[in-house]
Design a protein around this ligand. Sequence first.
Ligand SMILES: Nc1ncnc2c1ncn2[C@@H]1O[C@H](COP(=O)(O)OP(=O)(O)OP(=O)(O)O)[C@@H](O)[C@H]1O
Ligand SMILES: [Mg+2]
Length: 273
Amino acid sequence: MTDTPSPTTSDERDEFALSCHDLKKSFQGVMAVSGATFEVPRGMITALIGPNGAGKTTVVNILSGMMRSDSGRMMVDSTDVTNWESYKIARLGLMRTFQLSRELGGLTVLENLLVAPQHQSGESLFNIFFRPGRTKREELANAQRALEILNTYGLYELRDSRARELSGGQKKLLEIARGIMAAPKILLLDEPMAGVNPALIDRIGGYILDLKAQGMTILMVEHNLNVVEKICDHVIVLAEGRTLATGRLSDLRANAEVVQAYLGEVISAGPAH
Ligand SMILES: Nc1ncnc2c1ncn2[C@@H]1O[C@H](COP(=O)(O)OP(=O)(O)OP(=O)(O)O)[C@@H](O)[C@H]1O
Ligand SMILES: [Mg+2]
């Protein structure tokens, strides 16, 4: 539990891939995040849970550098990345996916992976003009990698379809596939299973466990506590923009404040299956 959280010490930095301390963010005077403090253990799957409007997406926006916090600090590994731009944070190996998938509808599924943020020599004009061979080799390697990822996520057959033609579930898969194109070390997933059918929830859960087995650190926003119970090692509860508690889901079920804020229905329904 973290009632009065403290900043991370240097000893803890090996243990945590990502951490933040007292992040705050307001929109036109309304506090969306009002003291988010937590650590994300390396190589594990951490759930970020909390009621609608708790500030989860805003925290993901801040951690990925897509939004600036008003105050507070954040670290990736042992690097202070507070106020860094997203492309610089991505260079440290942190990528994120979006709650509302952001596929480019007019492009094919394969093209969506090829234009996903990553580090390509071809993005530098110098390389395009003076190292065309290297740029070409990278393009081929990227295409190869993209096809492998599409195959892993069951999207290979759809590689030439326009992204806008995919079903909601397929768009969720494409969103994750785009996120891992750059082989991140840390992946932030904002509701990767929202609105998908139970069979696909299980499949996506399996993919996330596979990413963990490959050594990736995952922070996922998730409302489905059955999923949290099945695949997450660690849980952060956010309520009204603040970290209410952290720990294992089983411990949080015994925390009266957490139950009141969020877990009530699940507790009264008994343990999740
Ligand atoms: N760009 C914005 N401008 C104004 N208010 C915003 C903006 N983004 C978020 N908010 C507000 O900040 C609060 C937190 O929103 P956020 O989207 O982070 O919550 P959330 O926990 O992700 O919710 P959900 O579970 O519904 O996705 C909400 O009150 C929301 O209306
Ligand atoms: Mg959200």
